[in-house]
Write a protein that binds this ligand. Sequence first.
Ligand code: HEM
Length: 237
Amino acid sequence: MINALANHYILPHSGKGITKAMAVDALTKSINLDSSIANVFASVAVTANPDHSAHYFDLDQVDKHGLIEHDVSLSRNDIAFGDNHSFDKSIWEKVMETYGDAAETSFELASKARYGRLMASKKAHKEAGKDFEYGIKEFILSYGESALFLGSLGSPKEGKIPLEYLRVLFQDERVPYKEGWRPSSRPITQSDISHMIFSLIAANEHKAAEAADVGLGTVHAVTSALTSILPSYCTIM
Ligand code: HEM
């Protein structure tokens, strides 16, 4: 999304010198993200700048592994395989295969696509004898990112967006304005994001296995962890 906003000249087109204020302004005005969430993202992004006295970030700094960037991206490869920041067509197309002939997303399909990518990434690490990093933080970010595209490109409640919008965001790195998308008429809040994350988890038929994998044991433990961690995580991140 931030690449897209830079491509639209809403953020600096060079991708350089993005201050917290610029990022918050772009996210609140362009996609109607609630300002408190926009502030969290923007504050974390600034910490990616290796110059700790700087009050801005460059787009090519936010791929710092373990900060926001993590294994199991839908459209990028994992750091163990080299390039963790360039769009990876084969990974993305594999993710999109899950949607088959569907014209729009649903919580079920988005959840299945995300889980499929998790399994593929895990397998690739195992086969290559590389360390795979997927714990509660990655779990929240991974689900959170699917929630973000569903919420910002569609209705935060329903999880439905035209697949065309998804392709435009990821493949063309722009917002699908000319395809008909318009920002949400009300701000997208943390509670919207939580609702979408829970809907995505509920739709995952392998949620128990994933809960065990991230060390929380049960789906109930995952839900409690999200309810208690997510709000504070958003505040402290
Ligand atoms: C200052 C604000 C933001 C920053 C610095 C930021 C940064 C990042 C970074 C570094 C990643 C890579 C994570 C990974 O390894 O997959 C990422 C992924 C993602 N971001 Fe953002 N982001 C911001 C705001 C947003 C917003 C508002 C959206 C709303 C659509 C969004 C949607 C996504 C999605 C869908 C992914 C997953 C990409 C994938 O799996 O390939 N981001 N973001």
